[in-house]
Design a protein. Structure first.
Length: 332
């Protein structure tokens, strides 16, 4: 992600003033990433590392964690969005004014000037920077319980992808949260996660598709010719319907712009790519951040999915996911 994109992320954050749920506001343009080559996954752009401004915001929070948590009572576990920061996960509209921690007890939560203390059972943790941190699966569930749906899905996608978490992993952790406040919403969040999502924009695009009652697409697919030659990586796909979709970022084809390359060259290259896809029988639907905010792509996507067309000559295979990160878990 470039510095300008990170500035957009930071300005779009619109964070609340507390760790618990805040009312979600309409998405603003932020983040775009490089197109991965065949056979490998690209950078997670706004799910992953950010430019100077976005990194500063998370780095400031990380430093606050390292400053206040060692002075807290033994057994304090860093949790929620603070855990996500220590994991290096990009966040969208998650409040970072206070460090979130959890103590192994039922109830007794409190808010202090620099900390939000949660009280709930914690039987295991991982260690990051010498601190106890909730496991990635527990972190996803905590965020799903505490934050608005869109905010939690964006963070959950990133964490699930980075750590290779399966639906079974998350279902098990969700079962341990039975009876906690917000469990119904948390179940909804967990059911919507897709660790293959590579950016905030892709995660929010899936939510837009869901809101408009459209079938959920596959994510990150490699398109091949009938004889097995690689043609393109696409963000979303409906293979049987012959429809592929691309999220472009702030401007059309913007995410594909390579360093030092002018937009005209990028557009020409991408139109050639689209020609190949259409020759194979695929309809290509694209959208930018501005279109995503207004929900315009849903109408075009609905029309494309409803159109009569022959089955494409090409085929699509899910792109290979990167090796997940592994962190040893310890019992508490």
């Amino acid at each position: 992600m470039t510095t300008d994109e990170a500035v957009t992320v930071d300005r779009a954050a619109g964070v609340g003033r507390r760790c618990e749920a805040t009312r979600s506001r309409r998405a603003l343009p932020e983040g775009r990433g490089a197109r991965p080559g065949p056979g490998r996954r690209g950078a997670r752009d706004s799910h992953g590392q950010a430019g100077a401004t976005g990194l500063d915001r998370r780095e400031q929070h990380r430093r606050l964690i390292l400053d206040v948590v060692p002075e807290m009572a033994a057994g304090t576990v860093v949790s929620h969005q603070s855990a996500a920061v220590l994991f290096g996960t990009g966040l969208w509209r998650a409040p970072l004014e206070r460090v979130c921690v959890t103590r192994n007890r039922r109830g007794g939560g409190r808010v202090r000037p620099s900390t939000k203390i949660h009280g709930s059972p914690v039987d295991s943790a991982v260690e990051v920077d010498g601190l106890l941190v909730t496991t990635p699966a527990r972190t996803i569930v905590d965020l799903a319980l505490a934050l608005p749906l869109e905010v939690a899905v964006v963070a959950g996608d990133a964490l699930a992808g980075a750590f290779g978490l399966t639906p079974a992993d998350l279902a098990e952790e969700l079962g341990l949260a039975k009876g906690r406040y917000g469990i119904s919403k948390a179940k909804q969040v967990i059911g919507m996660l897709d660790g293959r999502s590579q950016s905030i924009g892709e995660s929010l695009s899936r939510l837009m598709i869901h809101r408009h009652g459209l079938p959920q697409p596959g994510s990150q697919g490699n398109v091949f010719t009938p004889d097995g030659r690689f043609v393109a990586r696409v963000d979303f796909y409906y293979e049987a319907a012959g429809v592929v979709c691309e999220f472009d970022g702030p401007t059309a084809y913007g995410r594909l712009l390579r360093p030092g390359q002018d937009l005209a060259t990028t557009v020409a290259r991408e139109r050639t790519r689209e020609t190949y896809l259409r020759t194979l029988g695929f309809e290509v639907i694209r959208w930018t951040w501005d279109e995503l905010v207004r929900g315009n792509p849903a109408q075009r996507l609905r029309a494309a999915l409803s159109a009569e067309r022959s089955r494409p000559a090409g085929h699509i295979e899910p792109a290979v996911a990167p090796e997940p990160r592994r962190l040893p878990t310890r019992a508490l």
